[in-house]
Design a protein around this ligand. Sequence first.
Ligand code: UD1
Length: 419
Amino acid sequence: MKVLQIEGGRPLSGTVRIQGAKNSVLPILAATVLAHGTCTVHNCPDLTDVVHTLDILRCLGCRAQREGDTVTVDASAPTGCSIPDDLMREMRSSVIFLGPILGRMGRAELSYPGGCELGPRPIDLHLHALRALGAEISEQNGRLFFSGRLTGADITLSLPSVGATENAILAAICADGTTTITNAAREPEIVDLQTFLNTMGADVRGAGSSVISVRGGKSLHGGEHTAMADRIVCATYLAAVASAGGEGEVTGADWRQISPVTTVLAEAGCAVHSTEDTIHIAAPRRLRATRQIRTAPYPGFPTDAQALVMAALCKAEGATVFVENMFDSRYRHVDELSRMGADIRVEGKVAVVYGVPRLTGARVRSTDLRGGAALAVAALGAEGESFLSGLGHIDRGYADLEGDLTALGAHITRREITE
Ligand code: UD1
């Protein structure tokens, strides 16, 4: 079994550059299906989710290859319009291909992404957006079939879903006329997608606000783009320093995008200083509890950072209340944190973290991507050695977690152990 062996209880000191954003790169690579030519995407982290995305592109008849951190996709002549079940199962976010495939090919076929480690993850808003654009949708044996010529429409999302907003934009590019998406998600990754699409000749406006308009019906050409830095990976390393103590610097990330997290870390007693390209954090000997942390759509506190900050606050002085508003089952890391000595009570969407004076190293298992990274964060602040398994979850979103944490001064190695 592969594990991360982490020697905790040592203050960190170092600098790390933040990788490209997974949640930006996945929709951008899906968008390349729309190009009548070759697209080049720089700053693509080497993640299993990206590997699966390239597999889907190849399944659709596109040529896709990676060289270092640059991925090139030639979608001049796509031949397929269906995504096999196993690739849908590997990666829930493969549903993001729906809009581009339907838009480009006039037909699409895939299976329900189904539930996942964060609880049920419905796609009703994706389907609502596509229906509004004129798609006909039918279902047979768990497979969904989409067809129809798309026409611009006014789409109102009942909640600002990131994936549904992206799917609606991507489908609307190929629709005749103008589409307006109201109550759109405002995440920075959607701004990044808009920038990429416009370099390909699209006319998308308003990303970053709640109303996005797309003038569709244009044929897109290839384009070149550098993906934004990953704000959640950035939050991970800031939380690691907060948990272990010491100081560290992250470079390449935009501090504005991560300010809901840095504000909390500052309230917990960390000194955080940001410049255009760097965020410097110095942690006190012991953190203190903060006001209630409620996850919310951007620019609120990100659900993806909930477990990470919780891990750092396990040893804080006082009790911190978390309210998880975005997903139903996003406290699975709590049982694992308890193995290290954390005192956390969960009831429904609320978790109360009673700070303990110390955590101790333990054998723990990742339950999901960010939950797994959170266990590494806690282990860095725990006395003694921890062994973290379930690395498949972590490798979905971190290109080199152990390398990056080593750059920050952590003692962490990936190794094989017998169970
Ligand atoms: C994206 C991110 C994920 C992050 C999440 C919320 C990617 C690849 N993933 O996921 O890391 O945790 O945003 O910031 O970008 N919902 C519905 N019906 C739908 C779609 C969503 O009810 O059709 C609900 C979800 O169950 C959830 C909420 O909307 O409760 C937000 O989900 P959404 O913004 O769609 O998340 P994802 O795009 O899947």
